[in-house]
Design a protein around this ligand. Structure first.
Ligand code: H79
Length: 391
């Protein structure tokens, strides 16, 4: 497959930060709280009058993400609750009508531009708030909407909103989600993608529908598991296309801020994901869910900083590489003629590797010998992941 310059940029970038932030953050129980707790629109809407986010500093977010080694940011412009985090002309249900009163997407775009990070916009095609999202899908039955909305009008609304995002914010790409709520509906995908590409010919479109990519999509998304892996709540397709790949992942088990969720993955685990996704030729999109006040919880900040420290030391094995393979104990990436063998589990001191008598040298201070495609490790380093370079 011949890749466009945007796709090549994307594949080289390797690491992005996902942000889930909206009025659901106020309830501190994740971005699905409206559906999970059967909160009707009449009770949920008033959250917008409480959204002050007095510590929202997009510049600080973006500096942190840059320090973490991320090359791009993907932000929820509208999640399933239907609330818009940008200044849409098509609804009053938006962040500029909150006490915060600022255009969050616009400010984040400016901050990203200042720091040289690319911006992708997440947009939920599923909408638990819009009266024309009808017939209802598999979720959103407790919102209290009257029956009889007009699906054609909803299509105009949502495609119109994506058009606004394209025209007004010119993101590097779009990250769509929620189609799985009505898998058999006509979402006018062809029109949607054509519209985006007519306004922004180079924009990258990805859609988290968990299926084989559709024509017009520029990258393929996997959620909460490595490409091709089965299992978990999300039924990703096991089909891996030729498109650039991206795997999105939560640090704990929540996308939107969840005060009760303390199951944060260790830095070592997160680095293992980064190395494995790179070995699979995929990007990693790692999520943070800022608090309602606009700050990012310290458990996540410290992890991002440590990932950044690691990438500053060993980023040559990740950035601008292509995946070669992922094995039980190690992953391999390459850049032109150079290959990197990254050992993710230090269980066995004897590893069968794909190199014969090659000239390997270590980037991490471990002691090893290679003989006849077998690597004998006599001493591990203290680094979470051992890296050997083959030139
Ligand atoms: O934005 C984040 C999540 O809120 C969103 N995608 C990520 C990036 C997401 N929503 N849902 N899921 C991910 C997976 C959930 C699927 C299920 Fe279901 C919802 C399983 C059961 C309820 C789909 C709908 C399958 C049955 C009903």
């Amino acid at each position: 497959m011949k890749y466009t310059p945007s796709q090549l940029w994307f594949m080289d970038a390797k690491f992005g930060i996902f942000i889930h932030w909206g009025i659901y953050s106020l309830l501190k129980r994740g971005e699905w709280v409206m559906h999970n707790e059967k909160i009707p629109i009449s009770k949920y809407e008033p959250l917008k009058d409480m959204f002050e986010a007095s510590l929202f500093e997009p510049q600080e977010w973006v500096e942190l993400f840059k320090d973490a080694g991320a090359r791009y940011v993907t932000f929820t412009s509208k999640h399933h609750d239907g609330f818009c985090m940008y200044d849409s002309a098509l609804t009053e249900y938006k962040v500029t009508n909150t006490p915060l009163g600022r255009d969050v997407v616009g400010e984040l775009r400016d901050a990203c531009n200042d720091e040289g990070l690319k911006l992708f916009l997440y947009y939920s095609q599923l909408d638990w708030h819009h009266p024309d999202y009808y017939p209802l899908g598999r979720t959103g039955q407790y919102a209290g909407r009257v029956e009889g909305g007009d699906w054609e009008r909803y299509l105009e609304y949502y495609i119109g909103q994506v058009r606004e995002l394209a025209v007004n914010y010119k993101p590097f790409g779009f990250w769509l989600d929620g189609m799985w709520d009505k898998p058999d509906a006509d979402w006018k995908l062809h029109d949607l993608y054509q519209m985006i590409h007519s306004i922004l010919p180079n924009a990258l479109i990805g859609n988290n529908h968990h299926r084989k990519p559709y024509p017009g999509e520029d990258f393929q998304i996997f959620e909460q598991s490595l490409p091709g892996e089965e299992g978990g709540v999300v039924k990703n397709t096991t089909y891996i296309s030729d498109l650039p790949l991206e795997t999105c992942l939560t640090i704990n088990n929540s996308w939107g801020y969840n005060e009760q969720d303390h199951q944060h993955k260790s830095v070592e685990k997160l680095l293992e994901y980064l190395v494995k996704t790179a070995g699979m030729n995929s990007n990693l999109l790692l999520n943070v869910g800022p608090r309602p006040d606009g700050t990012i919880q310290k458990e996540h900040v410290t992890r991002l900083i440590r990932i950044g420290e690691w990438l500053r030391k060993y980023g040559e094995a990740i950035y601008r590489t292509r995946g070669v393979s992922v094995e039980e104990n190690y992953s391999v990436t390459r850049r032109d003629e150079v290959q990197y063998l990254m050992i993710t589990t230090k269980e066995s001191n004897v590893l069968k590797v794909p190199f014969k008598y090659a000239r390997l040298h270590s980037l991490t201070p471990l002691k090893f010998e290679l003989s006849n495609s077998v690597l004998y490790i006599s001493e591990w380093s203290k680094e979470p992941i051992e890296i050997l370079k083959l030139e």
